[in-house]
Write a protein that binds this ligand. Structure first.
Ligand code: ADP
Length: 762
């Protein structure tokens, strides 16, 4: 017996030395590879164990109670922390994160226990009773435990069981074969610890009565751990780095299995949802996951503590089998803040743009009103001159010359006035396009009449500049198309006008073809390819990019004398894009330019335009003289306008028709007149103070005892932006005329509404 105990004593001493060397090696190893909390906990565990072992060797050499108790205090300085360090290490390995507060309480409890151990001799709370006794070579301290001793021992048992639970469940969950083997070793290692614990507590073997077998338990456990570290690279930098990265992510990550049980979460997720640490709060977690799902469905982010998160769900599969779901939550507060800011800025820009569009619409209205007077009276001057020239009376040469000059000047006023109008129209178009309010007004139209209109006008301008205007129209093009005729005409006219404008000698050519040779069928789309070639000044390569920019005028050194706003191409480009087509330009500076416009249009009927040039009328150089189109002295017209000048213009323009014309300078005045007299037509201005045109019109329609409930009312307004016509017709007006009103147009409109028996056509 004596010899056996001696052998055992030597054996135990060797084991302790071996353990110390082993622990020391792990400490060094951990220090060199220190990266993550896993390394921190392992280091903590080894150092605590080292102190425990060193203290215990000292204890095994003690010869009396004082020496024994002193060594015991050293040993406990390490022993106290081993269980906690071990649990934290295993938890970290299994991806379980404990809140700092739990760790702090556990640490404080250890210090509390250590206080009683330090005062072992003077209190009975740790050991109720103790005595020193040599059993063979083993110094022992038979004792009976006090309450703190039992609490501490129970806690250590709890640590051991927690470790078993964590590692066994990690082992079951784990799908990766290598990690599974590593976990199995850890299961064995922790299991060895628990077995030792049971032996220690119930003193199941002889040695347990004279020796703290826990020290062997921890040694065995550490040995298995070493196998896991070395063989299965438990502290492998790559996997450590992965964990590190996952924890350092700004995204919170929660992994659940197919039954929505949380398997893993990273540190940011734990910070956001501390409930993750508490297995009893699974209801909160379930609610959380369901919130994530509904947030994804609704597209609304998750708002938490003043920050905004975007949740994402990724299914996790292995071998095509779904094994769980990964929920990630990225902190997109900054992104949303920028978006909000952007939205605000966009709103400000939209408001400014809206204000600009409104300003342009108002400005256009205000400019059109005086131009109406200028052009209207100018027309009257032209008519008077023509009338004077027509009279056969004897005229002095000086008077004749004066009238001739007046005729010439009024021609110039008309040209300049029309030019001003087209600039206003361009500005309005652009503001409409920019405000996204430009809509295409589609309908059936004849391509031949569009070409005739355009070629007639361009041929006239080309001739004025001494340029040859060549047209080459594919005879097989279908004549009847469906699209926005006004816009098609506007774009082609624009490009052709430029070609004439920027060409001083040579020719301008218009080629109209189909883009492809496929068969044309009614109801199908056709790509009209309009090519405009000129032998003009050309465009510099560096200016090509700016060509379609608003208000962009190029090569001003050479172009400064040519009138233009730089809006035509910008508008044309946008209009063609709206119609689904494009404009391509090639140019040789100094030699000429080629614009190719492609516009998709629907074919209404396949009948071809035929030989076009035979039907093109040669341009009439002379301006058509005014000739009244009808007379109707029995018909009465009421003109309503707050501008006295405009009332005079309307009266003057209609003078030769012999119509009876009454005028009203306000809505109220108009209503007075419509009570008393039945009119054949009413011409109504829109913007008037107090009662505007639409209101006056509605009042006329509903006027009690009024004489004009059914009289055609024509809206005659300077409100000429696109869509105005539709707006006023929609409000109930019978027709719409924009100011400045042209006498021919005015007469043609009136003919439609005055009864035939009152009209005499001239
Ligand atoms: P503008 O009112 O100035 O003609 P556009 O938008 O129609 O405005 O054209 C923009 C600029 O493109 C013009 O100022 C001119 O410099 C250039 N440009 C357009 N068409 C031609 C062309 N056929 N030949 C040469 N330069 C052209």
């Amino acid at each position: 017996m004596r010899g056996g105990i001696l052998l055992m004593y030597q054996f135990v001493i060797y084991i302790l030395y071996l353990t110390i060397v082993g622990l020391f090696a792990v400490c060094v190893f951990t220090l060199t590879k220190w990266r993550t909390m896993l390394h921190t906990y392992l280091f903590f565990y080894c150092v605590a164990n080292l102190v425990y072992n060193v203290g215990y060797i000292q204890l095994l050499h003690s010869t009396g109670l004082d020496m024994y108790v002193a060594a015991l205090k050293v040993a406990y300085f390490g022993r106290l922390w081993v269980g906690l360090a071990m649990t934290l290490f295993i938890a970290e390995l299994c991806g379980k994160i404990y809140p700092t507060i739990v760790k702090a309480i556990a640490g404080m409890f250890n210090m509390f226990v250590y206080f009683f151990i330090l005062n072992l001799e003077s209190n009975r709370l740790y050991y109720k009773h103790m005595e020193f006794k040599m059993v063979g070579d083993f110094p022992t301290l038979p004792h009976s435990g006090g309450p703190i001793y039992f609490v501490y021992t129970g806690l250590n048992l709890f640590y051991a069981i927690t470790c078993v639970y964590l590692i066994v469940s990690a082992y079951i969950r784990e799908k990766n074969e290598t990690v599974k083997k590593r976990d199995l070793i850890m299961v064995v290692s922790v299991f060895a610890l628990v077995v030792t614990y049971v032996i220690y507590f119930f003193k199941l073997v002889q040695l347990a009565r004279i020796f703290d077998v826990m020290i062997v338990g921890y040694a065995v456990c550490t040995a298995f751990m070493l196998v896991a570290i070395v063989k299965y690279k438990m502290l492998d930098t790559a996997s450590a780095a992965k964990n590190y990265v996952v924890d350092e992510l700004s995204e919170g990550i929660i992994v659940v299995d197919n039954a929505d049980r949380v398997n893993y979460y990273n540190k940011p997720a734990q910070k956001l949802f501390p409930e993750l640490d508490d297995p009893k709060r699974s209801d909160v977690i379930q609610k959380l996951l369901s919130d994530f799902r509904s947030s994804i469905d609704s597209g609304e982010p998750v708002r938490l503590g003043g920050r905004i998160y975007t949740p994402r769900i990724n299914p996790l599969t292995e071998d095509e089998t779904r094994i769980g779901t990964l929920y990630s939550l990225s902190d997109d507060s900054e992104h949303y803040r920028y978006m909000d800011e952007l939205r605000k800025q966009k709103q400000i820009a939209d408001n400014a743009n809206e204000a600009k569009s409104q300003f342009l619409a108002n400005m256009s209205h205000e400019i059109r009103t005086p131009i109406n007077a200028v052009l209207g009276f100018n027309e009257m001057i032209t008519r008077e001159c023509e009338k004077f020239n027509d009279t056969r009376e004897e005229k002095s040469p000086a008077v004749s010359e004066a009238f001739e000059n007046i005729g010439l000047y009024s021609g110039n006023i008309e040209g300049a006035g029309n030019n001003l109008l087209s600039i206003i129209n361009d500005i309005l178009d652009l503001s409409k396009i920019e405000a996204g309010k430009m809509d295409l007004v589609e309908g059936e139209y004849n391509l031949s009449s569009v070409i005739r209109d355009i070629t007639g006008m361009i041929a006239f301008r080309a001739q004025e500049k001494g340029l040859e205007f060549i047209t080459d129209i594919d005879e097989t093009l279908p004549d009847s198309l469906y699209g926005d005729m006004v816009r098609v005409r506007q774009v082609i006219t624009n490009i052709l006008t430029n070609a004439v404008k920027y060409t001083d000698s040579g020719n301008v050519k218009l080629i109209l073809r189909r883009q492809d040779d496929s068969e044309v069928r009614a109801g199908e789309m056709l790509n009209l390819a309009v090519t405009v070639k000129d032998t003009g000044i050309g465009i510099r390569p560096e200016d090509m990019e700016k060509l379609f920019g608003s208000f962009e005028r190029l090569d001003l050194k050479h172009n400064s004398t040519i009138e233009g706003t730089g809006l035509g191409l910008a508008i044309s480009h946008q209009l063609v894009a709206m119609m689904g087509g494009n404009i391509k330009v090639t140019s040789e500076y100094g030699s000429g330019s080629t614009f190719v416009i492609t516009i998709p249009q629907k074919v209404s009927s396949v009948e071809p335009v035929g030989n076009f040039s035979s039907r093109t009328e040669s341009p009439d150089k002379k301006k058509k003289r005014y000739k009244v189109s009808f007379t109707a002295s029995d018909a009465a017209v009421l003109v309503v306008d707050d501008s006295i000048v405009n009332l005079r213009v309307a009266k003057a323009l209609l003078r030769d028709t012999g119509l009876v014309i009454d005028t009203a300078d306000s809505g109220a005045k108009a209503l007075e007149l419509t009570m008393q007299k039945k009119y054949d037509v009413i011409l109504m201005d829109q913007r008037m103070p107090n009662m505007d045109g639409t209101e006056t019109f509605k009042n006329i329609r509903t006027q009690q005892g009024g004489a004009n409930p059914d009289t055609p009312v024509i809206c005659m307004t300077a409100d000429a932006i696109i869509g105005s016509k539709e707006k006023y017709i929609g409000a109930g007006f019978d027709d719409y005329l924009s100011k400045p009103v042209k006498s021919a147009e005015l007469e043609q409109t009136l003919i439609r509404y005055i009864s035939k028996d009152k009209i005499k056509m001239s």
